[in-house]
Design a binder for this molecule. Structure first.
Ligand SMILES: Cc1ncc(C[n+]2csc(CCOP(=O)(O)OP(=O)(O)O)c2C)c(N)n1
Ligand SMILES: [Mg+2]
Length: 616
């Protein structure tokens, strides 16, 4: 057996370079490079290995470990899990900064390879800088925090462990069911240790998407239910995108006339003006989708986790005899909500179902109702998105309308937290399947700008537009500097309503007093919190920027932003109070059972009434 003597770090990087993904018949590198913030615990080992291959395997220097790992997560989401950016950090705080991003990738089932440095395996110099000592368990390090948010976790105590560990990590990263973060903690002494690796370990490996076929019994049961359906609908989730089933779904609904509602992750499966598209469903749903859900007798839920926002905390379906068919590659999801499970790949299975259904279509009367609801919603949302005629403080919806009107079809909007995700879910109108990029599994503040960087790296030819609240911007904005440095141009629209407006609204719906959300309701020095100059802040990081006050000014600024070769930030003051009232659905947020506040007691009475609508 011929061998090659390499450090563990050199072997790791060489292995990553030998991984390929077959996508649409073409082989592309599985790893597009690595984000790295060096420090104690990775600069000497991994740092040296990355430098040696810097011309063929790019290393990207970010500004915040959470930011870079969020960018890597978004990169994988935007390219539909076909390519990955790995992330390496130093030990201690550098490693722990990636924890939140691991949670994001875990919830959203996105491939993310995390390579945090770790303390010495030999322990000879212990305790080292940044080592959290566990007095009872010397084997525990901060990297153990990654276990619950990783789909694969390992710590490399011997260089030869890579030979079994890395292929196992690749399985998780490329598997449609187990997909999520793989964390491989790398003690710094082992990173630098050499070993005679078999050459064969570095052979080219081509990964392909596994497409499990449906079980025959599950398939026949699902077909029987579908054929008996009078008022069927589909809920499309992110799995439709990840299975590459967008075209198949479109052909399916055009043939069988089944309307489609979308979860946050599913939005974009059909262009916004498709005649079968009901739009968003659930808490942030359109009136069309939620009407359909109230009446549907069969719901084909495809590639969705059926989280509470999608199902209105299990109350969006109004028909007591509704049957949900859970078409999902993950049995875990397919069996949720007492669904009839159909555990299989979405693309293949939709094709099979369509063939077996022949020319079966949903009932004409149902199709007519659906068409009416869709037309109503388009009329209503046209009015909401239209340019305002008076000069009041703009709303989120006004800004969304202006941004959308001024973009080319090949644009992607990115968002994650605040009031905007709900507004975008209802109102954004994607022209194609990559037009809408929402992280709403974790709804992680700070994902917006970092995630947009990752999305832009995945699809550099698209205009990537971030819509971000003042709260999320202030939480994590440092990857603006990375976007400028790397030449990945973003358009960032900051909606400054001076605080956590959506939580302020939620607080009051629950009977709470306005408290600690809007800056005016927070403890501050005399005179209140300072007004943040977002345009100046972004300029300080090298972006171009401007502040606008009206929607008309925003529309003009969008033209300058599109023409800008560098990241362009537009800040606009918005009204913290209104959100789109049309559409929407109840959401289960626990209200205090006893309180000195009358408003809370009233809210609790309403809450108890709503709770009775849940099945159990
Ligand atoms: C990391 C993180 N911390 C806290 C929250 C809870 N949270 C959700 S939205 C929000 C406020 C967001 O404020 P902003 O970005 O200004 O948007 P707005 O609500 O004003 O539209 C908070 C605190 C979260 N989703 N993520
Ligand atoms: Mg805000």
């Amino acid at each position: 057996m011929s061998t090659i003597r390499l450090t563990m770090s050199q072997a790791l990087v060489k292995f990553l370079q030998a991984q390929y993904h077959e996508v649409d018949g073409k082989e592309i590198p599985l790893f597009a490079g690595m984000f790295a913030i060096f420090g104690h615990g990775n600069v000497a080992g991994i740092g040296e290995a990355l430098h040696a291959v810097r011309n063929e395997f790019p290393t990207y220097r970010a500004h915040n470990e959470q930011g870079m790992a969020l960018a890597a997560t978004a990169f994988a989401k935007q390219n539909r899990r076909t390519q990955i950016l790995a992330c390496t950090t130093s030990i201690g705080p550098g490693a722990m900064n990636m924890l939140t991003a691991a949670g994001v990738a875990h919830v959203n089932r996105l491939p993310l390879l995390l390579l945090p440095g770790d303390t010495f395996s030999t322990r000879t110099p212990d305790p080292v800088l940044q080592q959290v000592e566990d007095s009872a368990n010397p084997g525990v390090t901060v990297n153990d925090c990654f276990r619950p948010v990783s789909r694969y976790f390992d710590r490399i105590h011997r260089p030869e462990q890579l030979i079994t560990s890395l292929p196992a990590a690749m399985r998780v990263l490329t598997d449609p069911v187990d997909c999520g973060p793989a964390t491989i903690a790398l003690p710094q002494d082992i990173q630098a240790e050499a070993y005679d690796y078999p050459e064969n370990f570095f052979r080219k490996r081509v990964h392909r998407l596994r497409r499990p076929q449906a079980d025959m019994d599950q398939l026949s049961e699902a077909l029987a239910v579908l054929r008996s359906a009078r008022k069927p609908m589909i809920i499309a989730g992110g799995g439709v995108h990840y299975a590459g089933a967008v075209d198949t779904l479109r052909a399916f609904v055009e043939k069988h006339h089944i309307p489609v509602a979308e979860s946050q992750a599913g939005k974009g499966v059909l262009p916004w003006d498709h005649p079968q598209l009901l739009g968003s469903i659930g808490v942030t749903g359109t009136s069309a989708a939620n009407h359909a859900a109230q009446e549907a007798d069969v719901v084909l839920a495809i590639g969705t986790r059926l989280q509470d926002f999608t199902t209105g905390s299990r109350t969006v379906f109004g028909n007591p005899d509704v049957c949900i068919i859970g078409l999902n590659v993950a049995a875990f999801d397919a069996y949720k909500h007492e669904s009839l499970p159909l555990v299989a790949d979405a693309k293949t299975t939709l094709g099979v179902i369509s063939q077996k259904l022949g020319d079966w279509q949903s009932e004409g009367a149902w199709q007519d109702s659906v068409a009416g609801w869709i037309a109503d919603w388009i009329r209503v949302s046209d009015a909401i998105l239209a340019a305002p005629t008076s000069h009041y403080l703009p709303t989120d919806a006004n800004v969304i309308g202006a941004v959308w009107r001024n973009l080319e079809p090949a644009s992607t909007v990115v968002c994650a937290a605040g009031g905007l995700p709900g507004e975008l879910h209802k109102l954004w109108r994607p022209h194609d399947s990559q037009g809408y990029h929402l992280e709403y599994g974790f709804s992680c503040m700070g994902y917006e700008i970092a995630g947009a960087l990752g999305a832009k790296m995945a699809t550099p030819d698209r205009e990537v537009v971030v819509m971000v609240g003042d709260g999320s911007y202030l939480m994590l904005n440092s990857e603006i500097a990375t976007s400028v440095m790397l030449g990945y141009k973003l358009i960032i629209v900051v909606l400054d309503n001076r605080g956590y407006a959506c939580i302020n609204r939620l607080q009051q719906v629950c009977g709470g007093a306005p408290f600690n959300n809007l800056l005016e309701d927070c403890l501050t020095v005399e005179g209140g919190a300072p007004k943040t100059d977002f345009a100046a802040h972004a300029r300080a990081m090298g972006a171009a920027s401007e502040q606008v006050t009206t929607i008309a000014e925003l529309e003009q600024a969008m033209a300058r932003a599109k023409a800008s070769p560098i990241t362009y930030v537009i800040a606009i003051d918005t009204d913290a109070q209104p959100s789109t009232e049309e559409g929407g659905h109840w959401w289960d947020v626990a209200v205090p059972e006893v309180s000195v506040r009358e408003q809370v007691r009233t809210a609790y009475t309403g809450y108890k009434t709503q709770k009775t609508k849940q099945p159990y």
